[in-house]
Design a protein around this ligand. Structure first.
Ligand code: 13P
Length: 253
């Protein structure tokens, strides 16, 4: 059975006190996760070690960073490397989030380097893709997202590719309260799986978790996650409130 994942992306939110409280609330909640179900918390860099310590007794809970650099060390003031993340026990790293692409100019080529670096240091990339509203309105979203995968991921070996988690996040649904319909999510996820099958074979495509992101909430997660090719969600706003995020965890298949 494919992994099913509820991933929180805190983005640039919460003070240390607020982060501590949210982690304590999450840790205190009873969870009934099955072996194939995981929760990943992508917290800001200053809270990675804290999150790691708080979640240490929670099986199936993992910590993620929200970015890493293309190099493992050196004179890159203000940056954080995959090697550093690994050294503090981080297991996952979000790469290619649309906010990184848009505000920090991350191209498909740069993301290919970052993915390679993450894999080199044993981190699992949660690779984000997704189209803007004009692309969706032009009806070219399938080609657009396919190209993001091809340019950043399709030089990986099969063994490397099998380590990835993919997240489809249509930009028009992020932080807007305007979620993609379950049918729209399913259609794109099935398309991504077909594209992956074309490059790596259906055996690989069937194993890769593909998450949906964009205004996932407690009241729409069950319908989204029930789609055959939707393996959970990457959640922004609703992951900042423990009770909301709990509902999303409970919606995993
Ligand atoms: P929202 O859930 O706030 O729409 O954010 C989605 C997202 O960008 C997760 O990475």
């Amino acid at each position: 059975m494919r992994q099913q994942i509820a991933a929180a992306n805190w983005k640039m939110n919460l003070t240390l006190d607020q982060a501590t409280r949210l982690l304590d609330e999450i840790v205190a909640s009873p969870h009934h996760l099955q072996a194939h179900q995981k929760v990943i918390l992508a917290v800001p860099f200053p809270y990675l070690a804290l999150a790691k310590a708080k979640l240490s007794g929670k099986p199936n809970f993992f910590v993620a960073a929200q970015n890493c650099h293309t190099q493992s060390s050196g004179a890159f003031t203000g940056e954080t490397s995959a090697e550093m993340l690994r050294s503090v026990g981080v297991e996952y790293v979000i790469l290619g989030h649309s906010e990184r692409r848009e505000y920090f100019g991350e191209s498909n080529a740069v993301l290919e380097e970052k993915v390679g670096m993450a894999l080199t240091y044993g981190l699992t990339p949660v690779f984000c893709c997704g189209e803007s509203l004009p692309v969706r309105e032009a009806g070219t979203q399938n080609e657009y997202v396919e190209n993001q995968l091809k340019e950043s991921l399709f030089n990986l070996s099969e063994e490397q590719f099998l380590k990835l988690v993919i997240a489809y996040e249509p930009i028009w649904a992020i932080g807007t309260g305007k979620t993609a319909s379950a049918a729209q999510a399913q259609e794109m996820h099935a398309h991504l799986r077909k594209v992956i099958a074309g490059r790596y074979g259906s055996g690989v495509a069937d194993q890769i978790p593909v998450l949906y992101g964009g205004s996932v909430k407690g009241n729409n997660a069950t319908e989204l996650f029930s789609q055959p090719d939707v393996d959970g969600g990457l959640v922004g706003g609703a992951s900042l409130v423990a009770s909301d995020f709990e509902k999303i965890i409970e919606a995993l298949k």
